[in-house]
Write a protein that binds this ligand. Structure first.
Ligand code: NAD
Length: 491
């Protein structure tokens, strides 16, 4: 099959019960952030359309739950092959509606494919346990059962990967699934569903409904939805958690972040500077794992700051389709303006502006939402830039006396998504590992992103719920365990 990779594209459609249809309510233009051109349009789904999808999901579930597990994973194997075949096409679509670089888009899709691969192992992963002679003449067996229709509501920043944190596990365990992607870049989700149609999932098992807040609320309030996964900003994650729980659903809600790098005196400074700038500025800083508060031992502060400045000045800002680009466009003009405001706040609050990315110009793309890497020095833990998510290519260096103070700065944050430590000291690494309040910690790794066979999620205001995305947590999220307690007395 062919995927359409060249905009302008037809209006985005829903995929409900095996049919492609345009959502009925007024929606939004989809704009290429690099060129400023309108490349598609996404309508929003009404309550009736959401209801239709949920009912189709419920009907499909009745057969799908009984389908032998080996048969259930065949469409996932087919999907994996299709995703490999169309890896580059999907990356091109993603770049044009999101603004990130081709390498970043390919990388994101690779991480998504890994989740499909892991979910293909469900026949082993879904087994829960058996104990003969658990009590006199009694054997006990735990079984995991699927529950029905699940929904996921996903953000703009990884539109190709994040739906795949959920969908493969939901359907492999025997549930049906409805995705509501971000309205800012919904085309790649449609392309993923075009591949799913080809992969051969039965009608109603995987469905796509487009929309905004009202569509999300219709899903959360629908009594036919068993549970919801959310990924997005913290204020929305909190309301989603409350609203879904209120209607008795299981829910996992991943929120925003403010991630720290700790650079100790023993760190390899060249390596740490390279990884730090990349962590903060890749995907134009629009990553929940972007480490943008860089806490540096004061004995190496000046030396490290100079290296960071050099690396930051070396980044090429431009069109994500150009293979030489390091940093692409931000998602929208509004978001670019928010990040510019954050930079202005940093200046007003007295941080030292070491590299100013605001004047960056991309000659061929005058209407793109571009910002160059921006580096602040002498950050203070109370400054806005040290506390609030920036979601742009901005980082701040914060000097500390020692690793204890560094951990204290990190743990004072409201967020706990991730951190990275650069050190040659095992003792420092052990200390941070034991004392840092974060869900993911990288040691001599700039971006603490676990592989798909490990769960992924943050702590504190970065996460509301208990079971995280990916891996084994997803299997528990998508199933309930029943325990059989069996006695078979002799006749
Ligand atoms: P967002 O919260 O604006 O939107 C996320 C989704 O929620 C979208 O599908 C949107 O349509 C929907 N939505 C928006 N407002 C809503 C409301 N009031 N009620 C119901 N639904 C609503 O987030 P975004 O701007 O698309 O994504 C960026 C944010 O996501 C950042 O804060 C980033 O840190 C976070 N994020 C977190 C993780 C993680 O794993 N913790 C991963 C990626 C992104």
């Amino acid at each position: 099959m062919q995927l359409d990779t060249t905009p302008p594209w037809d209006d985005v459609r829903n995929y409900i019960d095996g049919d492609w249809r345009a959502p009925s309510e007024e929606g939004l233009d989809v704009v290429n952030p690099t060129t400023g051109e309108t490349i598609s349009y996404v309508g929003f789904s009404s309550d009736e359309e959401v209801d239709e999808a949920v009912r189709a999901g419920q009907a499909a579930f009745e057969e799908w739950r009984k389908t032998p597990v080996e048969e259930r994973i065949q469409p996932l194997f087919a999907l994996k092959e299709l995703l490999e075949e169309h890896h580059d096409d999907l990356a091109r679509v993603l770049v044009q509606e999101h603004g990130k670089t081709l390498a970043e888009a390919r990388g994101e899709l690779r991480r998504g494919i890994e989740n499909v691969e892991v979910a293909c192992g469900i026949p082993s992963m879904m087994q829960a346990g058996h104990l003969p002679n658990a009590a006199p003449e009694i054997d006990e067996t735990a079984v995991r059962k699927p529950l029905g229709v699940f929904a996921a509501i996903t953000p703009f920043n990884f539109p190709g990967m994040i739906p795949l944190w959920f969908l493969p596990y939901a359907v492999a365990t025997g549930n049906s699934f409805v995705l509501k992607p971000s309205e800012q870049d919904p085309v790649v989700a449609q392309r993923l569903f075009e591949l799913m149609e080809e992969a051969g999932f039965p009608d109603g098992v995987v469905q796509l409904v487009n929309g905004g807040v009202d569509t999300v609320n219709a899903l959360l309030d629908h009594e036919g939805i068993e549970g919801a996964s959310f990924v997005g900003s913290t204020p929305v994650a909190r309301t989603i958690y409350e609203r879904a729980a209120k209607s008795g659903k299981r829910v996992q809600a991943q929120g925003g972040a403010k991630n720290h790098v700790i650079v100790t005196e023993s760190a390899d400074l060249d390596f740490a500077a390279e990884k730090t700038v990349s962590s903060a500025c890749a995907c134009a800083g629009e990553r929940c794992l972007a480490n943008d508060v860089v806490v540096v031992d004061e004995s190496v502060y000046d030396e490290f700051a100079q290296r960071v400045v050099d690396v930051a000045k070396n980044q090429t800002v431009g069109d994500g389709l150009d293979e030489d680009t390091d940093i692409g466009a931000l998602i929208s003009a509004d978001h670019e303006s928010n990040v510019r405001d954050m930079i202005a706040t940093g200046v007003d609050e007295g941080a030292e502006l070491l590299v100013d990315g605001r004047d960056v110009e991309v000659e061929e793309r005058p209407d793109g939402n571009f910002l160059g890497p921006t580096v602040f020095g002498d950050l203070d833990p109370e400054m806005t830039l040290a506390r609030e998510e920036t979601f742009g290519p901005v980082l701040g260096l914060l000097p500390v006396a020692d690793v204890e103070e560094a951990i204290d700065v990190l743990n004072r944050s409201d967020f706990g998504n991730a951190a990275s430590l650069f050190t040659a000291s095992g003792a420092d690494a052990r200390k941070v590992r034991h004392e840092a309040d974060v869900g993911n910690l990288g040691v001599n790794a700039g971006t603490a992103a676990p592989m798909a066979f490990f769960h992924f999620g943050g702590w504190k205001d970065s996460f509301f719920g208990d079971l995280h995305a990916q891996g084994d947590d997803m299997i528990r999220f998508y199933t309930d365990e029943m325990v059989y307690i069996e006695r078979w007395p002799d006749a």
